[in-house]
Design a protein around this ligand. Structure first.
Ligand code: AMP
Length: 217
């Protein structure tokens, strides 16, 4: 199963990606997580990525495409992969198509998680993320058992710099201007499946799995 997950910031891509990757037994490749790991590690790539992500902007395509190409050339992808947060614009979608064509491993499906703008801001501004394992919580809707601590690994929770209210607005603009066009791109290729991203996490996962199984069978 070679899959892409697309949707506005706050649609729950990261959360759903973890469940879907486990269900289909495929690696979860999140460009946002790779950038955050580099930011945390203080690498040159991390410093560069932070200068864009702190403002809600996309990291330049040349950097991101090269990073994804390297990742897709690793040897753990025999079962497929789930790409989360990539591609984020038409150029990236075209580069991805070329990378996969060269490997003769085309995409099976593109899952769009759809969500209203008003819900997005509420979800993102209350989101708290684990510094150690990246799990997400919400100060109102998905509270951790102990305030400020991750239920899964006990790590400290923090608010991502790009989840601040000002940055959310830029991320929404970037999504509407640059990322949304890839939905039409993949619809035209007959690969798009759209699932509403509201309701329980497990309900959304089940809906997504049924839609994906139906699409690839
Ligand atoms: P995410 O966790 O997917 O919301 O990504 C966090 C930030 O990392 C984004 O706001 C961008 O600055 C950067 N980023 C992640 N994926 C990409 C991508 N495909 N292209 C460019 N920048 C990206």
């Amino acid at each position: 199963m070679r899959l892409i997950l697309v949707g506005p910031p706050g649609a729950g891509k990261g959360t759903q990606a973890v469940h879907l990757a486990a269900h289909f037994n495929i690696p979860h490749i999140s460009t946002g997580d790779i950038f955050r790991a580099n930011i945390k590690g203080g690498t040159e790539l991390g410093k560069l990525a932070a200068s864009y992500s702190d403002k809600g902007q996309l990291v330049p395509d040349s950097v991101t495409n090269e990073m994804v190409k390297d990742r897709l050339n690793q040897s753990d992808l025999e079962n497929g992969f789930l790409l989360d947060g990539y591609p984020r614009n038409i150029l990236q979608a075209e580069v991805l198509r070329a990378i996969l064509a060269e490997k003769e491993t085309p995409l099976d499906a593109v899952l769009e998680l759809s969500l209203e703008d008003s819900v997005i801001v509420e979800r993102l501004s209350g989101r708290r993320t684990c510094k150690d394992c990246q799990a997400s919580f919400h100060i109102l809707f998905e509270k951790p058992a102990v305030e400020g601590k991750c239920d899964k690994c006990g790590g400290d929770l923090y608010q991502r710099t790009d989840d601040g209210v000002d940055v959310i607005q830029s991320r929404l603009t970037v999504y509407a201007d640059q990322t949304k066009p890839i939905i039409a791109f993949y619809r035209a290729e007959g690969l798009l499946i759209t699932t509403p991203a509201e309701g329980d996490v497990s309900e959304i996962t089940e809906r997504a799995i049924s839609a994906l199984n139906a699409a690839v069978s």
